[in-house]
Design a protein around this ligand. Structure first.
Ligand SMILES: [Mg+2]
Length: 279
């Protein structure tokens, strides 16, 4: 899951809120692209979506029911060991001044309805029951996104990952999800805004419409807007399903960053999640 999430994130980072003509010209999956404005994120680098998903995965491996302080320690720890751009500016500025998890909890104003809680929620899908997934997805969301949209979007993507990881048929996902969380998740159209519900709906729509990672990634970027989050979520979900062809160009897997917390580290974390929660 996490390595494809990282590929979607890194590929999408070249196109986040970029102009539609730039997207149309370059969205060919032939490699990673330099974003025309975000020069601190080089081609092949992932962003906040992946870094925070790693933090969630590590928190769950440490304790399947993390306390607020444990969540906060993991969020702060993942950022401090490997500081990078790509976070929303205010949250980035906040993280730069935070000392540790306790300081994070004391000073965070968790009222955002943007995509931060959903973008990191896929690993929660590894937990063993739908009830646990819904509760833990909400608990991690409340640290930063204690709003209906922030929480619902995180629950929707985590529960979808859970259903697929446990062998749920892709065609039955809409019924399953909409019965548990009453909302229209699979009918997204148009440019994707910063709200968590936008990203979750766009990702679920692209995931459901295609049986190929290649087609899915192309469409996620073509939506335009907050596309790194959409692509990260859609490819992360795709990796949970046996019914989606893993047909991305090899160059995207090869050129994903591979520093201390890059490709090899992410793959190893994927393996630890599978060993811990699916065996
Ligand atoms: Mg991002």
């Amino acid at each position: 899951m996490l390595v494809y999430l990282a590929v979607g994130d890194a590929y999408g980072a070249g196109f986040e809120y970029a102009r539609a003509d730039f997207v149309a010209r370059h969205n060919d999956l032939n490699g990673y692209y330099q974003h025309p404005k975000h020069l601190g994120i080089r081609p092949g680098m992932y962003t906040d979506d992946t870094q925070m998903s790693l933090a969630v995965a590590e928190a769950l491996l440490n304790n399947p029911r993390p306390t607020p302080l444990q969540w906060a320690d993991h969020f702060v720890g993942a950022f401090r060991r490997d500081q990078r751009e790509g976070y929303a500016q205010r949250f980035y500025d906040f993280l730069m001044t935070v000392q540790d998890g306790a300081d994070f909890l004391a000073r965070i104003q968790p009222r955002s309805d943007k995509s931060g809680a959903a973008m990191r929620a896929l690993p929660v899908g590894y937990l063993s029951t739908p009830q646990q997934v819904l509760e833990v997805a909400a608990e991690q969301a409340r640290l930063t996104h204690d709003t209906p949209g922030g929480i619902l979007s995180a629950q929707a993507v985590a529960l979808s990952a859970h259903f697929l990881l446990r062998g749920g048929p892709k065609a039955e996902l809409p019924d399953y999800l909409e019965k548990q969380i009453s909302h229209s998740w699979f009918d997204w159209r148009g440019s994707v805004g910063s709200a968590g519900l936008d990203s979750a709906r766009a990702a679920l729509t692209s995931f459901q419409r295609h049986h190929s990672m290649h087609a899915m990634l192309k469409e996620c970027i073509a939506w335009t807007g907050d596309v790194d989050t959409v692509a990260a979520l859609a490819l992360g979900l795709a990796a949970c399903s046996q019914e989606v062809a893993r047909d991305l160009p090899q160059v995207l897997l090869q050129d994903l960053e591979n520093g201390p917390f890059g490709s090899d580290y992410v793959k190893q974390l994927d393996q630890r999640l599978r060993d811990r929660f699916l065996c």
